[in-house]
Design a protein. Sequence first.
Length: 210
Amino acid sequence: MNIMIVDDHALIREGVAAVLARLGEGVTVLQAESGEQCLHMLDAQPDVAALLLDLRMAGVEGFAVLDALRERHPHVAVLVISSSEDPADVRRALAAGARGYCPKSAPHTSLLAALRLVLAGEVYVPPLMLNASPPMPTEASNTLTARQLEVLHLLCEGRSNKDIGRRLALEERTVKGHVSAIFRALGVVHRLQAIDAARAAGLVASRPAA
């Protein structure tokens, strides 16, 4: 399995590579010092399973690289690693197609756990988002389809993806896709924020008064 590290600091790349060595044999770590080099390498060697991307680099910035990856290499699971712990950056990265966001201040164990999660097709949201306030609802709320609104209502009832799929006769992976689209439309990264944002936007009923 090939994993690529994209960071313009050699010491950071070498440090992350040393951590990835703990994944065991069968893992080849590739390194790129810029977004441009990363894209050229992927064009020449597209069998990269995951990419660890720094957002703050000289030249083409990380968000532009995310946009290019989504268009040219959508199969690559991208885990952002960044010194920024701004919730807005986390939301923007996930909305741009990253499957996870790991601050550089996180311990090595968190980085490995995040990488394993995104390789399994899941999304990793850092703990810093648990207490982050959801953004104000925007016109993006109006982009939800009728099916996604059905999923949103059931999500706000506290139902699991499996339960939602059973009720709507959908496969669980299809429900996951709808939930991800809902998160992007509402500008949130986890269920509690989605519920708060949906209620604030009037998409679902507010909590009854005590």
